[in-house]
Structure formats: structure tokens, C-alpha cells
Ligand binder design. Structure first.
Ligand code: HEM
Length: 137
């Protein structure tokens, strides 16, 4: 997967897997709750998500905990993340990608994630959201 942007950290970035030990589990739940609170108020993205957001909150929190170096609860429960496959049912063009990234960047602010970890996350989300686009405009 040499083209996978998730495998292209910037030279001076800390290893993403260090973030869990520094930030602690609760930070990732704060991010997921803040993100979905914003999705819930987002007229453009809201219809894409299920009525009940509890399961998406759990999916997102457990995924981020695992990606950033914490316990692999997500994969034990759901298997390999396979993000592109799991996003296949949703039509993601540049407008959806940008709205998602904006909601997540605001959620990092809401959850008061400190630097330098916030920038590591911001770059990861920007790259991964681009990688998940699956619709030609
Ligand atoms: C950095 C980018 C992204 C990451 C890391 C990410 C991560 C995830 C994860 C882990 C899930 C749960 C999948 C599952 O376990 O079934 C999920 C679901 C979902 N994602 Fe994303 N996603 C990203 C970008 C996007 C974008 C750009 C959109 C479209 C605007 C989107 C829309 C959705 C929807 C509608 C779901 C279903 C909710 C659920 O069942 O949890 N995602 N995403």
C-alpha cells in the first residue's frame, strides 16, 4: 500500500502511535462525541449518518484509539478497519470530504487537543479523507 497516505507521515512528525499514551483514552471519546455533535447539526452531512449516533461515536472512538496506538478494541469487535471498503456505501466527493474535515478540525478544538498532537491528527485526517473520496465530480 505504498500509495496509502496513512503511511506517509511528515519527517518531523511524532509517530502517530505515541499519541494514545500522551493523550489518554478519554481524549478520543471527547473527539468522537464532539465530532458527532457537530455532524448532528450539519444539514449537509447529517442525512448520510444513521438516526442514532451512539454506534458511530463508538466506531470512531475505538478506531482512533487503535490507530493512535491504544488497545485494538475496534478490530477485535469489527475486524480490519478497511476504511475505503467501509465507506463504499457513501458517496464522498470533494464537498463531503471538506465538510467532514472541517467538522473534525472543529471537534479537535472542542476537545482541546494540545499541540503538537493536534497537528499530527489534522494532517492524518486531511490525507485520509482525501484517500476516502470515491466519487468523480
Ligand atoms: C479521515 C477520514 C475518515 C476516517 C478516519 C473515518 C473513519 C470512519 C470509521 C472508523 C467508521 C466506522 C466504520 C465501521 O466500523 O463500520 C466510519 C463510518 C462512517 N464514515 Fe467515515 N471516516 C473518515 C472520513 C469520512 C468522510 C469524508 C465521510 C463522508 C462525508 C465519512 C462518512 C462516514 C459515514 C456515513 C459512516 C457510517 C457511520 C458508522 O456506521 O459509523 N467518513 N468512518
Amino acid at each position: 500500500m505504498t500509495n496509502n497516505p496513512q503511511n506517509s507521515p511528515q519527517a518531523k512528525d511524532p509517530d502517530p502511535r505515541e499519541l494514545f499514551a500522551r493523550l489518554g483514552e478519554e481524549s478520543f471519546w471527547r473527539i468522537a462525541r464532539a465530532f458527532y455533535a457537530r455532524i448532528d447539526r450539519d444539514q449537509f452531512l447529517r442525512p448520510m449518518f444513521p438516526v442514532d449516533l451512539e454506534e458511530p461515536i463508538r466506531n470512531q472512538a475505538e478506531f482512533l484509539i487503535q490507530y493512535f496506538g491504544g488497545p485494538e478494541t475496534y478490530s477485535i469487535r469489527k475486524g480490519h478497519p478497511r476504511l475505503r471498503m467501509r465507506h463504499h456505501p457513501f458517496s464522498i466527493g470533494v464537498a463531503e470530504r471538506n465538510a467532514w474535515v472541517e467538522a473534525m478540525n472543529n471537534a479537535l478544538e472542542d476537545a482541546q487537543i494540545p499541540e503538537p498532537d493536534r497537528s499530527v491528527m489534522t494532517r492524518y485526517f486531511a490525507n485520509t479523507a482525501t484517500f476516502l473520496m470515491n466519487r468523480d465530480e
